[in-house]
Write a new protein. Structure first.
Length: 213
């Protein structure tokens, strides 16, 4: 948590406000100059992000999980694209696996230069810590609390269907993967959720987003 908070406070362009929501954490911590919410009941990532949005004051949103970090120039580089994009996404530095297995070497994931419906239906290429307009979040309706994982992928597919414009920033998210993370559940669970997301997308947005092919 400290590393994530420090990476936000250490930005070359400081955010207008910072909101921290503890979702039933074992050892919640408050920080100076940060609006902090401490919940004693676990409600999940969708409800946690919704609460952060309600408390945030700005027109732009950026979500950051507790064990991830932003590059120092993250906001500075993202803000260069706000005149032409609604969602601004970074490259990703995959930052070791932790848990029962030993840490693995870091890996660089270069984000694609352009986001299309076809690309995103195959695989999510946009991290949840992308900078996005609050308006997009409101139009899409936030993240689906019923999904056990990949709720960010589901969100960005719906954003594409609503006509959101994407741009890649020349910066990166330091993303820590753990052996017990939600996205490392059994292959059966992951396949089931992927199928559900794609089916919902075609059912609800197939005609709406033909222009994005």
């Amino acid at each position: 948590m400290d590393e994530a908070v420090d990476s936000v406070k250490g930005q070359t362009v400081r955010p207008s406000d910072i909101v921290l929501v503890h979702d039933a954490c074992e050892h919640p911590k408050a920080y100076a100059d940060i609006t902090t919410v401490i919940r004693d009941r676990h409600l999940g990532v969708a409800a946690t992000r919704d609460e952060g949005v309600r408390l945030a004051k700005g027109d732009w949103l950026l979500f950051l999980d507790a064990d991830d970090m932003l590059a120092e120039n993250y906001l500075q580089e993202c803000l260069k694209h706000t005149d032409k994009a609604d969602i601004i996404y970074p490259h990703v530095l995959l930052w070791c696996y932790w848990g029962k297995e030993a840490p693995k070497p870091n890996a660089w994931h270069a984000a694609p230069a352009m986001i299309t419906k076809k690309l995103m239906l195959n695989h999510n290429e946009v991290v949840v810590s992308s900078l996005m307009r609050r308006r997009v979040y409101d139009e899409v309706g936030g993240f689906d609390p019923a999904l056990p994982l990949y709720e960010d992928w589901h969100f960005f597919l719906r954003a594409i269907a609503h006509g959101a414009r994407f741009a890649r920033a020349n910066t990166y998210l330091k993303y820590r993967q753990r052996s017990n993370s939600r996205n490392r559940q059994s292959e059966g669970v992951r396949s089931m959720v992927c199928k559900r997301i794609r089916e919902q997308f075609y059912l609800n947005h197939g005609q709406l987003c033909e222009r994005h092919d």
